[in-house]
Design a protein around this ligand. Structure first.
Ligand code: GLV
Ligand code: MN
Ligand code: MN
Ligand code: MN
Length: 371
């Protein structure tokens, strides 16, 4: 960002902002950006295209002699992925003023029992819990926010379309569940005498699939992405199980019904299997976000002026834009990715598609920052 001539600021949790003051620096800025963190065994395009692409878009505008009326800001958000501290969009969620998150981060720890505040401190950010709320931004800080991202689905590639213009972002929820049983010897404890926490977890995983399929809509999805058994020995009946469940829908109410049904199933399983439900927590249950008409229009016009094909679409993945929409009018630009692969190492986007995305982003930023 510094090399691109931006003035750089970092907040207490490591969100990084690079600012180009416009001709009227007191006006609300137009912002763009994404994330550079990744899940285990991920690809290298999810998020990164939207950060490096944003910096490149700024460089393009500078090279072309453009002078923005409003300031332009590039944001690299902290921890969009939920991998380390269990919650997605940590940085943007805080920027949008989530008191709940600011409170829970005071006591959050990672899998190695390192607290969020210690981790932030050792990365060079604030160790002080009182600083978490300093991250909150006021509504109106930005006049618009636009994020460039790979589609993470197959539609653009299948249809041979260069640019996806996002109209809405689906509503994600995540849950953490723990069952406890007596455990015991895998040879000596007879089947009628067991309360196997592992089987309780397996039954819940199948219940998640059933509730999602029963919603009646292809838009409802659910995944048990983490399932851990304790003590994790072949000859020991699991005495504890831990599941993390992700469920999403473009319809918030329908998604909430699935969450409720999962809870009911977990309770039922305690009765049928004689296990204890030692934890059932909704980590996040976010509403969907709708893109702003004026931002959509700016992206559409930019795409047309560049002679690129485009299509309106929904984002089934979540993004920092889901939370930036609480602060500012929001829009997203999608580019095709190989076979729609994402969240796995085969993720890929061509130079040409990334370059198209950067051009559309640059022209969109030019339009929005001139308004
Ligand atoms: C974000 O990475 C998501 O899971 O949609
Ligand atoms: Mn991701
Ligand atoms: Mn992403
Ligand atoms: Mn994402």
């Amino acid at each position: 960002m510094e090399l691109a001539g931006l003035s750089v600021r970092e907040d207490a949790v490591g969100n990084i902002f690079g600012r180009w003051d416009g001709l009227e620096p007191e006006l609300a800025a137009v912002a763009t950006g994404s994330h550079i963190d990744a899940i285990p065994y991920s690809g290298k395009y999810d998020g990164v295209v939207g950060v490096l692409g944003a910096i490149e878009a700024i460089r393009v505008l500078k090279r072309s002699g453009f002078k923005p009326r409003r300031p332009l800001e590039v944001i690299s958000f902290t921890s969009e992925e939920p991998t380390r501290f269990g919650i997605g969009c940590l940085g943007s969620r805080l920027l949008a003023g989530s008191e709940d998150l600011a409170n829970s981060l005071k006591t959050s720890t990672d899998i190695q029992n390192i607290s969020f505040l210690d981790a932030a401190g050792s990365a060079g950010y604030s160790k002080n819990e009182d600083d978490l709320s300093s991250v909150f931004l006021k509504k109106g800080t930005y006049s618009a926010f636009v994020e460039l991202h790979i589609e993470q689905g197959p539609i653009l590639e299948d249809e041979g379309i260069s640019i996806g213009i996002v109209t809405a972002i689906a509503a994600p929820a995540s849950l953490t569940v723990e069952f406890e049983g007596n455990g015991g010897h895998a040879g000596a404890a007879l089947m009628p005498n067991r309360n196997d926490a592992g089987l309780a977890a397996s039954e819940l995983a199948l219940a998640v699939e059933r509730h999602v399929l029963d919603s009646g809509s292809i838009d409802t999805v659910g995944t048990v992405g983490i399932l851990e058994l304790h003590p994790g020995a072949i000859n020991s009946i699991p005495s504890k199980s831990h599941l993390e469940i992700d469920t999403r829908d473009i319809d918030e109410e329908r998604r909430n019904k699935v969450v409720e049904k999962i809870h009911q199933s977990a309770i039922k399983i305690t009765k049928t299997r004689g296990v204890k439900l030692s934890d059932f927590r909704v980590i996040n249950q976010d509403p969907p976000a709708i893109s702003d008409e004026a931002v959509i229009k700016a992206v559409e016009t930019a795409t047309k002026e560049l002679n690129l094909t485009s299509k309106l679409m929904i984002s089934r993945a979540y993004h920092d834009s889901l939370f930036m929409a609480r602060l500012s009018p929001m829009g997203m630009i999608f580019i095709p990715c190989y076979k729609g692969y994402s969240h796995k190492p085969e993720e890929f986007a061509t130079i040409e598609d990334m370059s198209n995305g950067v051009k559309v982003l640059a022209l969109t930023l030019a339009k929005l920052s001139s308004q």
